[in-house]
Ligand binder design. Structure first.
Ligand SMILES: Cc1cc2nc3c(=O)[nH]c(=O)nc-3n(C[C@H](O)[C@H](O)[C@H](O)COP(=O)(O)OP(=O)(O)OC[C@H]3O[C@@H](n4cnc5c(N)ncnc54)[C@H](O)[C@@H]3O)c2cc1C
Length: 402
């Protein structure tokens, strides 16, 4: 008979890992329920390929229920609409679900309010959710019939720079394939203080390598800039520069989910949950947070605000620490402290169409002892292989594999 109930909100990178880890550890001693607004797992890193028809939604998603069923985890496809920490309940689909421990892995929302003209009703495309990337695909097909200048960038406060760079280089590759490279000027704009900062302070040789890549592809770049507004055919920057486009993709800042922001004392003003090194919420010890939902303090100031990318690898690490500590709490054992986000290793494969760059560093954020960027076509092949492996591992619930 299950004595404790663990509810996990979100079933993607963080939620899937956390739920299965708790269940694998405690088996019948625990009842684990995942409540997720999406009924599918989405491999977000492949969203960069959707607009070019290299991937469809089917290729990069799988249904969550069979995976959770196979591992004895109860799955509810519903958006959680309220959390009551005093009563220890979550409301979803009009019902209340009690919990002893709650793990929040609800990820991010786009903050399109950062500048007018962004979002589904605006003029620039984005690729950070499945629906966004599908719209960006429709727009790309139209663009190919009536090509012109292309502007790719990230707004002030954005964090997902890897995706912006990957999309940029994939556009360049696609323009070449469509024999449009000469006639479509490609421009990149970014709040990063220098090319290759990535929101993680840059890596040795990174700025030089990125500058070389951009020069080779004939891409114009503007760093340290912010967006005033996007109109039907221009990205207007706050310094008065106008970047004309026929196709534009802009990465906005991420904020936490409205649900998280609605709970007094749970999150910061952006909706991210302040956590201890045990990944326990600072406000509510029986609530844990992992992945993008967790707050990571930004250790520097740039003249234009730049966020920190909470990528898949640290998300899984955070989820496993949160799960481990829920298990410890249930067993009456002391929690383990984990490395802070800044001290986790950075492992990233950045795709460039038929080429790429591998980023490896001992620490996510400086100071670092080691950091390297390795360019080459093998990185593109590795990224393709990694996608297949990650989807296979997650679909089968093999969350203990690396
Ligand atoms: C375009 C793009 C490219 C990327 N490329 C890379 C890459 O190359 N390498 C890398 O490591 N990382 C990459 N990332 C980052 C990676 O996708 C994130 O680190 C990861 O998605 C974070 O996982 P998460 O579980 O915290 O949040 P998410 O993946 O955002 O999952 C959150 C889940 O919670 C659910 N949810 C939200 N609100 C509620 C609610 N109220 N109730 C119930 N459920 C809810 C959502 O439906 C979703 O399923 C990329 C991200 C993007 C957008």
């Amino acid at each position: 008979m299950a004595s404790k109930r663990v509810v996990v909100l979100g079933g993607n990178f963080g939620g899937l890992a956390a739920a299965l880890e708790v269940k694998h550890e405690l088996g019948d001693e625990v009842e684990v329920q995942v409540i997720s607004a999406s009924d599918r797992f989405l491999f977000n890193p492949s969203l960069i390929w959707l607009p070019f028809g290299k991937r469809s939604a089917r290729d990069i998603t799988f249904p969550l229920e069979p995976t959770f069923d196979a591992h004895g985890v109860d799955f509810l496809h519903a958006e959680a609409t309220a959390i009551d920490p005093a009563k220890r309940t979550v409301t979803a689909g009009g019902r209340d679900y009690g919990y002893d421990y709650l793990i929040i892995a609800t990820g991010y929302q786009n903050n399109f309010a950062v500048a007018p003209g962004l979002g589904p009703d605006g003029y620039a495309q984005t690729i950070t959710t499945l629906a966004d990337a599908e719209r960006a695909a429709t727009a790309w097909r139209k663009f190919l019939d009536d090509p012109g200048p292309v502007v790719v960038g990230a707004t002030q406060g954005a964090a997902c720079f890897g995706a912006a760079y990957e999309f940029l280089f994939n556009v360049s590759y696609q323009l070449r394939k469509a024999k449009l490279h000469g006639q479509s000027q490609l421009t990149y704009f970014t709040p990063e203080p220098f090319l290759g900062h990535f929101g993680i302070g840059g890596l040795p040789g990174g700025q030089k390598l990125l500058s070389m890549f951009l020069k080779k592809e004939g891409i114009k770049a503007l760093t340290d800039v912010s967006v005033q507004e996007v109109t039907g055919d221009q990205v207007k920057l706050t310094d008065g520069t106008s970047l004309p486009f026929r196709y534009s993709m802009v990465v906005p800042p991420f904020v936490g989910q409205a649900l998280v922001r609605s709970v007094p004392g749970l999150s910061d003003e952006k909706g991210f949950i302040p956590v201890d090194d045990t990944y326990q919420s600072k406000g509510f010890p029986e609530i844990y947070a992992a992945g993008v939902a967790a707050q990571v303090p930004i250790p520097w100031q740039t003249s234009v605000p730049v966020g920190i990318p909470k990528t898949g690898f640290p998300t899984e690490s955070m989820a496993k620490v949160a799960a481990h500590n829920v298990v410890a709490a249930i067993k009456g054992e002391p929690p383990v402290a984990h490395k802070e986000f800044a001290e986790m290793a950075a492992v990233c494969l950045m795709d460039a169409g038929n080429n790429g760059v591998m980023i490896l560093a001992d620490h996510m954020l400086p100071p670092r002892r080691a950091g390297i960027m390795i360019p080459g076509p093998q990185v593109h092949a590795m990224k393709l292989g990694f996608e297949k492996y990650y989807l296979w591992k997650s679909r089968h619930g093999y969350v203990r594999l690396p």
